[in-house]
Design a binder for this molecule. Sequence first.
Ligand code: FEO
Length: 161
Amino acid sequence: MDKQLEKLYQDQIKNEWYSAYLYLSMAAYFESINLEGFAHWMYKQAGEEQEHGKKMFQFLIDRGIKVVLQAIPQPPADFASAVEVFEKSLEHEQKVTALINGIADMADKCNDRPSKVFIQWFITEQVEEEKNASRILDLLKKIPANSAGIFQLDHQLSKRE
Ligand code: FEO
């Protein structure tokens, strides 16, 4: 595999685990304000991010490349509100989409055929990731603070499988 392309994957493994860390931090925030359904949703999200990282980890191994894990930065711990959490989630997913698109562009440039196929799954996944964050953000913006609506949404989010 081209060295520049390999570097993007090595970095992205760390970025996916950072995403898991970020969502765990958001879960900790929701636990601290007793919104357990929101926290549950974030635990599930963190688990998905670990899976994304592991998919890339396995892909490099399958290509005969040694994975070198990088340090994961500390995520933010303080959030002002549920709205701010989901604004940050959406912003974060948009950044991840740009990184995934960067890998796809490099795979095209290097004409790395297995990579071109592999990265398609992530491109599709990012559509879902941005949609999930933006839908919850939209609902949250319609709910007045401390109204019953927030508890209804908390209940709904507690059902995420
Ligand atoms: Fe791994 Fe949220 O994208």
